[in-house]
Design a protein around this ligand. Sequence first.
Ligand code: NAP
Length: 527
Amino acid sequence: MRIREILPIRGPSVFPCRTLATVPGTHYRVVIIGTGFAGVGMAIALRRAGIHDFVVLERAETVGGVWRDNVYPGCQCDIPSHLYSYSFAPKADWTRSYPLREEIWRYLEDCTDQFDIRRSIRFNTTVTAAHWDEDFRRWRIETPDGEWTADALVAGVGALSEPSLPDIPGIESFEGPMFHSATWRHDVDLGGRNAAVVGTGSSAIQFVPRIQPLVKRLVVFQRTPPWVVPQMDAAIGPEWQQRYARHPWMQRLVRLWQYWSREVTVSGWTRMSFLRHLARRMATKHLEKQVPDPELRRRLTPPYEIGCKRILLSDAWYPAIQQPNVELVETGVSEIRPGAVVGADGVEREVDAIIFGTGFRVTTHPGFDHIVGRNGVNLGDHWREKGMEAYLGTTVAGFPNLFLMTGPNTGLGHSSIVFVLESQFAYVLGALRAMEERRVAAFDPKPAVQTAYNAEIQRRITKSVWNSGGCSSWYLDARGCNPTLWPGSTVEFRLRLRKFDADSYESIERRQVTADSPATVAATAGD
Ligand code: NAP
């Protein structure tokens, strides 16, 4: 007998009473992966929109993403505190103009409680696979504890969450402690030991000044010198914190200033070199002021245009590497031996510990290999073959109802990624609304729309300093394409994602189910 019912497998959109997000086998309207700024923010956005039918799966035991994991000494954000927070959750009592890791982590914990998200998070749950189920027109999300299904999958796994360890010959033979900045070993006492640091990026320039006074000798392997400008960090005293709490408009004003003073610089990185000259002057003066030795200055002067790699903010980096117990080696590492590191200069340096500040697997994030879309296409394979691309940095053709937070070409060289995320939250909400209104199961971006969009992005970004500034960085993939950064202003990004453009998508109809169809089986099984 044929049953003419349409999609009986979906529950009501709003489950205000469903508070326990912990039962495998449950179907949700939305499953979110990760609890960094992306996952927590998306969950809050759903709740604020009256959508309670979601669960957040988190591999760790607390929220926080990179701000939970990066516990290296000196970890601090390079975007000002008032701007590096949700617009809907200002924090009046930031203690510094640039937020410390602990404060950001606590902020995310506070937001989780303030917006009542914690009850919707299942901690200690690692997503091992996510498959688009063509029969049921939903995502199947696998974890070691069981499976969840969802109409929409939001991946908030973070672009900078998978540490990149260089493949150096002999690395496994090293006999002392060896770790990455993102998995810092506080159980290792570096006091009085000889240590090597590989890398001079954002992370290394923060932890080197902290460990330099502790160690006996520090060898820093600098393959490429970074451009460094003054940090201009300052404490925000209790009187200002109280003022911001009493007069929220003052804090909003500061945030606006921080936002627009960054936003006006964007053309300096994407087109005009005039603004870059100003930045270069500032960095050069900083170097001259902090490094009196002209020969050392030469060794610390980057051989590429400022902005090509991320510009680093530090008042402590140059002083630290000039200390008598520090040796700056201007090469990469060619070999690691049981008790030593050999630089590309061929010199062996004996060390007791090695710390890698070697960045993250941004364009080769292993998380992509766990996502399988229509026709069994694996996202990791797909991107390895075609290059990493998405539509509006959020959706990917062939992966219906998959929403990538800070997906391809959403990164920023100049402003707060939280602004980008909030634009994406609005877009996802728009998609969910459109699914209800049009009574469709899912949206899949049209391949032609995605291709045209990416052609535009790549055409624009080719002229940027990130592509043409003469450096190699995590912004570029192995082919030299830039699948990571947004080539315009954040205002433009916000406007482009303001409204969900359903016409750019193929609508996947809700399934007409029959008595013997899989959907009916699930429905009769009490799904
Ligand atoms: P990164 O900027 O990618 O720097 C990696 C460093 O490791 C570079 O100096 C690189 O040298 C070096 N390196 C990589 N492989 C090497 C090898 N085989 N041998 C020798 N050196 C090698 O990584 P990160 O410092 O962890 O920062 C990554 C991103 O995280 C930043 O761009 C930023 O967006 C974010 N972050 C932000 C903050 C903050 O807000 N303050 C702090 C930390 C991180 P080359 O330059 O020669 O490639």
